[in-house]
Design a protein around this ligand. Structure first.
Ligand SMILES: Cc1cc2nc3c(=O)[nH]c(=O)nc-3n(C[C@H](O)[C@H](O)[C@H](O)COP(=O)(O)OP(=O)(O)OC[C@H]3O[C@@H](n4cnc5c(N)ncnc54)[C@H](O)[C@@H]3O)c2cc1C
Ligand SMILES: NC(=O)c1ccc[n+]([C@@H]2O[C@H](COP(=O)([O-])OP(=O)(O)OC[C@H]3O[C@@H](n4cnc5c(N)ncnc54)[C@H](OP(=O)(O)O)[C@@H]3O)[C@@H](O)[C@H]2O)c1
Length: 256
């Protein structure tokens, strides 16, 4: 990638959550603009001097002066092996242009917003929920976050604190957070996969709301198989991908 296509930013903070999950905060180039839900391409310089690039959704909101990212560590992964070694003060390359269509402007209307994430697929939803738009446009918001184990459920404090932020106080009560764990029972979480819990009706019972093409707008992010399988379950209920030529109820971002 040519030099003028990216900027060099510095790590401000790194937090290890589990051996396979961490968050990092970086400086933000004042010229870097994005919409909540979009991703950036990050570059790390490897030992041989070459740069590995990967897509990463912003966790932080477009209003924040810093950028924040939430990362998995893939054992032996070309990019995450390097990224997870970085420390405060180290350099991270960030492409100037942000990308992606997992943004609220995919939906023209809708009453309930459903945000369905597996693993680090939570990231774009945290960016969306830290802005005003989702809260102003939708009557209810359901954040469904699926992880293998309870210890993998990140950002609990940020999520719990959203409705007490000054600028969101008037919307308090709109958000229902539904954590899911698939490989163990966990206090406060439903047990199982998003797909199975939709098919059985358990997710809607927990939400106290129905998934319907009229009222629900669904964003899905993370594991590609989960996205395919969830799209099938939703399609059976007449909920289809939202395209510019044919508005629908579903928008997705696959991570690999
Ligand atoms: C649009 C977009 C946004 C993305 N945003 C994020 C993000 O915010 N956070 C993040 O951690 N990753 C994100 N990814 C994935 C990221 O780009 C890399 O795939 C990831 O950093 C792993 O890189 P790697 O070189 O170590 O392994 P790769 O060689 O890229 O991947 C190897 C394997 O690891 C698994 N894998 C890759 N990414 C993940 C993941 N996120 N969670 C679980 N398993 C995974 C898959 O099985 C994949 O085949 C995003 C991908 C896309 C396309
Ligand atoms: N070495 C380790 O101990 C360890 C631990 C964790 C992560 N990792 C690394 O991290 C990566 C996986 O990360 P992750 O756990 O965040 O991602 P993940 O494998 O995508 O799992 C996240 C959640 O998505 C669910 N899911 C997966 N496929 C689905 C489908 N088709 N339909 C519905 N739900 C589905 C999983 O349920 P299920 O549990 O039912 O699959 C889990 O609840 C691996 O590539 C691995 O490298 C390693």
């Amino acid at each position: 990638m040519s030099d003028e296509k990216f900027t060099r930013q510095r790590l401000l903070a790194v937090h290890t959550l589990t051996p396979n999950l961490f968050t990092l905060r970086t400086t933000r180039d004042p010229g870097f603009r994005f919409q909540a839900g979009q991703f950036a391409r990050l570059g790390v310089t490897k030992a041989d001097g070459s740069v590995a690039w990967r897509a990463y959704s912003m966790v932080s909101s477009p209003y924040d002066e810093f950028l924040e990212f939430f990362s998995v560590v893939v054992p032996g992964g070309e990019f995450t092996s390097e990224l997870s070694r970085l420390q405060v003060g180290d350099e991270l390359l960030i492409e100037r242009q942000a990308f992606g269509y997992l943004t609220l402007d995919r939906f023209a209307d809708g009453r309930d917003l459903w945000l369905l994430a597996t693993g680090t697929g939570l990231a774009p939803f945290l960016s969306i929920l830290q802005g005003f738009e989702a809260w102003e446009r939708f009557e209810r918001i359901f954040l469904v976050y699926s992880a293998r184990h309870g210890k993998d459920l990140a950002y609990g404090d940020l999520i719990a604190g959203l409705e007490s932020r000054d600028y969101l106080a008037e919307h308090a009560g709109k958000l229902t957070f539904i954590p899911l764990t698939s490989r163990e029972a966990w206090p406060g979480a439903l047990q199982g996969r998003i797909t199975d819990l939709i098919a059985s009706g358990e997710l809607e019972r927990a939400a106290g709301a129905e998934l319907s093409p009229e009222h629900s707008r669904v964003m899905i992010c993370g594991n590609p198989e989960m996205i395919d399988d969830t799209r099938k379950v939703l399609k059976a209920r007449d909920m289809n991908l939202s395209l510019s030529r044919r508005p629908g109820a579903v928008a997705v971002e696959t991570y690999w």
